[in-house]
Design a protein around this ligand. Structure first.
Ligand code: DX5
Ligand code: ZN
Length: 220
């Protein structure tokens, strides 16, 4: 039986009552809090940055998973390390020297992840796969919550899962974008270890029921 981790994306939360939102998510079985940092440059939207993550850290008892959608990820690593986040992922499309960024993240004992846009080939992780702790496969174009799952992301997951098995790597695979109870079973069976979900959880009447429904097949 595989334990899949559910990471609600706070992008769809009510930030006017974020402390309460986090308390409800934790009581509802969320494993991680997924925090989408957008700079209005790499993606056509702004979200929140380090000061907000600092507040969230004060309210949260579960690990913080920061997804950087920014042009200069290196600038964020030290402040995020000082806040005490647990995972940082950055887009491979944004950097010239991915190794350096990964090493910088790991230097602070934070788990390092590479994010792949829908149009980025799965094999862009091939020569850094000895270094990473996780891969985040975007299954929507980054920048907004509430978009539909892009089906080619499933093929990418299958390829990356095969590559991981063939080489006996132990990093995790995270899926982000358009994840609902309609596709979570297939994603878990295809190798996903962490499911990010924003609008599906926050639009539901019960965070507990929606979180449970996302991981259902992994427990059967
Ligand atoms: C999109 C973000 C996602 C987003 C997911 O750029 O990276 O984390 O919040 O939201 P849903 O689950 O609504 O697609
Ligand atoms: Zn995200």
């Amino acid at each position: 039986m595989k334990k899949v981790l559910i990471a609600p994306s706070l992008l769809s939360a009510d930030f006017g009552r974020i402390k309460e939102e986090i308390e409800i998510l934790e009581k509802s079985g969320a494993d991680l809090l997924h925090l989408d940092v957008m700079d209005g440059h790499f993606v056509p939207n702004l979200s929140f940055g380090n000061p907000v993550i600092h507040s969230i850290k004060n309210y949260s008892t579960i690990p913080l998973d920061v997804h950087l959608m920014v042009t200069n990820p290196l600038d964020y690593i030290l402040p995020l390390a000082e806040i005490g986040v647990d995972m940082i992922s950055f887009h491979i499309e944004t950097v010239f020297h991915a190794d350096r960024i990964i090493n910088e993240i790991k230097k602070h004992r934070i788990l390092a992840g590479i994010v792949l846009n829908p149009a980025t080939h799965w094999n862009s992780i091939e020569y850094i796969s000895e270094l990473i702790d996780f891969v985040l496969i975007m299954t929507v174009n980054p920048g907004f919550g509430g978009q539909s799952f892009i089906l080619s992301g499933l093929n990418k997951l299958i390829k990356i899962n095969e590559f991981r098995s063939e080489n006996d790597y132990h990093w995790k695979i995270e899926i982000d974008g358009g994840v609902t109870d309609q596709n979570s079973d297939l994603l878990i069976q295809s190798g996903a270890d962490i499911l990010v979900s924003g609008s599906y959880i926050f639009k539901s009447n019960s965070y507990k029921d929606s979180i449970r429904s996302l991981r259902l097949c992994s427990l059967s």
